[in-house]
Design a protein around this ligand. Structure first.
Ligand SMILES: Cc1cc2nc3c(=O)[nH]c(=O)nc-3n(C[C@H](O)[C@H](O)[C@H](O)COP(=O)(O)OP(=O)(O)OC[C@H]3O[C@@H](n4cnc5c(N)ncnc54)[C@H](O)[C@@H]3O)c2cc1C
Length: 400
């Protein structure tokens, strides 16, 4: 038997593919199994915030992200009728963050995987631990044995189920419409640069930010709903219904909706944190471990942090070390991600808050500004550095 651990990652999304790169950067042998037969992504944006960019630059992705991304240069918040209520101009951590098109980012990550290490068309159906290995069965009939299994397979994770865990989605009472528009079609976006624009009011919010090096504007519109909207990122939305939600809003909002050819609906669901993520030689990362509502833009960043932490904990591990190393990984991550799950929910409440008077609005903004400053530790975190420190402590304590 080879001494080099064989690691299988289930799921080739942002979490799985970055974890593979981070693990390989520490000399580990990794194969990714993705259910989709081709890597397709819906047109949508995703934010790569400083706590993620600081890690991605260590695996050589800075140049690629600079090419496809739109550097975030600030935030302008307005009321529903366009009164400016907040502006910030520089990234607060001093590390550049980017908004990217999901499909372009995923392609960058997939193209960076060494040949033969990403297997498409492999949907995991069963994972059984036997004799110090895990036997993986895929619905295409393939069987693979592995020393370590990482479930990066998203909100409906099969690995989570195989570990014996289950999460129950509960609706936030919010639905998001999403879409992309060529920036040149939007008169208001001419001098926008990399700024994020947000309009809040009447229990709704509307966000726009450029992606694809500024060529496309990503739009996300959060509206209240009492429907059990589908927990999907790809369900088609109704442009007329979207338009009706924002009747009378600021001109750029109306212009953006008017320029859309299509929109997607996304029911926003939440889940309470899992009690644990690991069992024996299997563990979870990203949305499979800690799905969160999108209001802090930390979904991708937390998945990326998980991958870098796992890489620190698995480097140099022998077969027999694996279960304890995975538990140690879980222990250092679970408190942080559970708290961020909660704070993401809190952020949504701010953006949907209703106010009647200017004084109420100003009070709310003062609260928000304070709250936002109090969450700086999320974006200023270096997960790899934290993992290295925790690894040394765990070694000294003899727990790994
Ligand atoms: C289309 C889409 C749009 C999103 N938009 C936003 C957003 O606007 N804002 C935000 O904060 N977050 C968003 N998210 C969530 C955010 O991208 C994630 O939080 C983050 O990227 C971490 O994702 P992940 O890799 O853990 O899971 P995912 O991105 O869900 O990737 C999981 C991967 O596992 C694969 N998979 C699932 N089951 C199996 C199986 N049994 N066998 C093999 N493979 C399997 C899936 O096909 C998928 O490729 C979005 C996610 C998606 C998929």
């Amino acid at each position: 038997m080879s001494e080099r651990l064989q690691i299988a990652i289930i799921g080739g999304g942002i979490g799985g593919l970055t974890a593979a790169l981070a693990l390989r950067a520490r000399g580990l042998s990794v194969t990714v199994f993705e259910q989709a037969s081709e890597l397709r992504e819906m047109g949508a944006g995703v934010s790569i915030l400083p706590n993620a960019t600081c890690l991605l630059q260590r695996i050589g992705l800075t140049g690629g992200i600079e090419k496809i991304g739109s550097p975030i240069t600030g935030l302008v918040m307005r009321t529903s009728v366009g009164e400016v209520i907040y502006t910030s101009t520089t990234p607060s951590t001093g590390i550049q963050s980017y908004n990217v098109h999901r499909a372009e980012f995923l392609k960058l990550l997939a193209d960076t995987q060494p040949e033969g290490t990403l297997h498409l068309g492999h949907r995991l159906s069963e994972a059984r631990e036997t004799n110090d290995r895990v036997r993986l069965t895929f619905s295409n009939g393939a069987i693979v044995n592995s020393d370590v299994v990482i479930g990066a397979d998203g909100i409906h994770s099969a690995v989570q189920r195989e570990i014996g865990l289950k999460t129950y989605p509960s609706s936030e009472g919010v639905m998001a419409y999403r879409g992309l528009i060529p920036t040149e079609k939007l008169s208001w976006a001419k001098d926008i640069g990399g700024r994020v624009s947000r309009w809040n009011g009447k229990g709704r919010s509307f966000i726009c930010y450029p992606v694809s090096s500024g060529r496309l504007m990503n739009m996300v519109a959060f509206v209240p709903t009492n429907l059990d909207s589908e927990e999907s990122w790809t369900a088609p939305g109704d442009l007329k219904a979207l338009s009706a939600e924002y009747a009378g809003w600021d001109d750029p909002v109306l212009e953006t909706i008017g320029a859309l050819d299509a929109t997607f609906r996304w029911g926003i669901y939440d889940r309470v944190p899992l009690p644990h993520w690991s069992a024996g030689r299997m563990t979870l990362l990203g949305d499979a471990a800690h799905p969160m509502v999108p209001h802090l833009g930390q979904g991708a960043a937390q998945a990326i942090e998980d991958g870098f932490t796992l890489a620190v904990f698995l480097e140099g591990a022998k077969q027999q070390d694996v279960p304890r190393r995975l538990k140690a990984y879980e222990q250092i991550r679970i408190e942080r991600t559970s708290l961020i799950q909660k704070l993401a929910r809190d952020a949504g409440k701010f953006y949907r808050a209703e106010y009647e008077t200017a004084a109420e609005r100003d009070h709310l903004m003062a609260q928000w500004t304070q709250w936002r400053a109090s969450t700086e530790w999320i974006r200023g975190h270096d997960a790899e550095k934290a993992a290295k420190g925790a690894f040394v402590l765990a070694k000294d304590a003899g727990s790994i």
